[in-house]
Design a protein around this ligand. Structure first.
Ligand code: AMP
Length: 419
């Protein structure tokens, strides 16, 4: 791709009008839904110690080993731009002791991963996510999933699906991995070379491989659920039953494992058909994260804003459906009117009316052109004779009508929404 000095760096974008209006809608509605479920916003720094991410996300995961923007500051400290929001949130939760032991927090902001840019993969992307701290409880997992469903419908997204699975507890993990290895080992030769390596380093990740050769072998292996304890299976059953009680349908997908090390019990993804290969809108799950000598249990999810917008667009929800409130335009004929209009504009703005005017003494035709361009619903015109009479010509652009008003009438009209 050609690049010049006006473009942001590869994989990053300016988010500007008109696109930014759909971003604002998503953020505003998310804040409303979070407040209803009693979650509060926490804004953690985008830069953290690298060790926070390596310890919490796991130091063999792709995100940590290959994708972090890692840098040394002037004091020689090893820092990284956050690749996701959970590690910083959990650091915050750990910092507050008893106060934050059961924190319910959300975040909205940019994340950074130095991945190969392609459709649906950016290097700076944005997430809206939340974390509910507290001991494992299937009802808490179901509550967070229910919130997510509510959020998707508040955004107007149709056709999203939730795929759910369990990966059990850390103490069972070795037994699960061994069970899988045992089942796959006799057919190891049928796997491609990179999959054979995965077999050694992270056999769980074979489960979500899209390679048909791997899938054929996996199809005959037991599922993670089958290898788990009765207790872990019961936990998953309670999550599903609770969701059913809330009239929420989820699909159990035993191939879903998710990429990060910190998950326990419930994991899920939200997928959407309108997105092509990168079809995940959101990842979520229950986790147990160790920070220094503290263990934080919680459940949360992160939704990718860029992908959410792509999915919304595929279902007919677009930025132009969320324009800003139409403005009032003030046109001046002559120097004296221009000065007086500055005071009028200031007064209207202080009363909550969005308005703008031409600050140079241009011809009325040019001013009306600009009023049209900004989509003004009302134009207030003042020249010498109006100044003398203490009146205002008010033009309703939608109806093409015009009336002459005195100040109290004008203020009354503006108070009713600008005309
Ligand atoms: P993850 O933490 O990888 O599960 O990411 C959670 C969500 O963030 C995904 O489901 C995507 O919607 C989004 N996401 C992750 N990585 C990227 C990326 N490089 N570009 C755009 N969106 C992303």
């Amino acid at each position: 791709m050609a690049s010049n000095s006006f473009q942001p760096i590869q994989g990053m974008s300016d988010i500007a009008p008109p696109d930014v209006y759909i971003w604002q809608m998503l953020e505003a509605r998310a804040r409303e839904v979070f407040a209803r479920y009693r979650f509060e916003e926490v804004r953690t720094p985008v830069l953290e110690k690298t060790s926070l991410f390596t310890h919490s996300l796991g130091d063999t995961t792709d995100v940590v080993t290959k994708e972090m923007y890692r840098l040394q500051d002037r004091g020689g400290r090893d820092l990284s731009l956050r690749p996701e929001g959970t590690a910083g949130s959990v650091r915050y939760i750990a910092s507050g002791g008893e106060e934050t032991a059961n924190a319910r927090i959300y975040y909205i902001g940019p994340m950074f991963r130095c991945e190969r840019p392609q459709a649906g993969r950016k290097r700076q992307f944005h997430q809206i996510g939340l974390e509910a701290a507290g001991a494992p409880n299937p009802l808490a997992d179901a509550e967070v999933i229910a919130l997510q469903i509510n959020l998707l419908s508040a955004w107007g997204l149709e056709g999203a699906k939730i795929r759910l699975n369990t990966i059990g507890l850390p103490e069972e993990r070795e037994a699960v991995l061994e069970g899988l290895r045992e089942a796959i080992r006799p057919r190891l030769a049928e796997l491609p070379e990179d999959a054979q390596q995965r077999f050694e380093t992270n056999v769980l990740r074979l489960l979500d491989s899209k390679d048909p050769a791997v899938q054929a072998v996996i199809a005959d292996a037991p599922s993670v659920t089958e290898l788990l304890s009765a207790e872990s299976r019961a936990y998953l059953d309670t999550v599903v039953e609770t969701l059913r009680g809330l009239e929420i349908d989820v699909e159990i997908d035993t191939s879903l494992v998710r990429g990060l090390d910190y998950y326990v019990h419930t994991v899920w993804e939200v997928v959407h058909g309108g997105l092509g290969a990168q079809n995940a809108l959101s990842g979520g799950g229950r986790y147990r994260i160790q920070i220094d000598n503290k263990t934080i249990d919680g459940v949360g999810f992160a939704m990718g804003v860029e992908r959410m917008i792509a999915a919304l667009e595929a279902s007919g929800v677009t930025a132009d459906q969320f324009p800003p409130k139409p403005a009032v335009f003030i046109a001046s004929l002559g120097e004296a009117a221009l000065k007086e209009n500055l005071l009028l504009m200031q007064t209207l703005r202080q009363r909550g009316v969005a308005c703008e005017m031409e600050l140079t003494n241009r011809k009325i035709k040019a001013q009306m052109k600009r009023a049209n361009k900004i989509g003004a619903a009302t134009v207030i015109i003042r020249g010498d004779s109006e100044l003398e009479n203490g009146t205002f010509v008010v033009k309703n652009m939608g109806e093409g009508t015009q009336q002459e008003l005195e100040l109290p009438e004008l203020m009354d009209l503006m108070g009713k929404g600008g005309g």
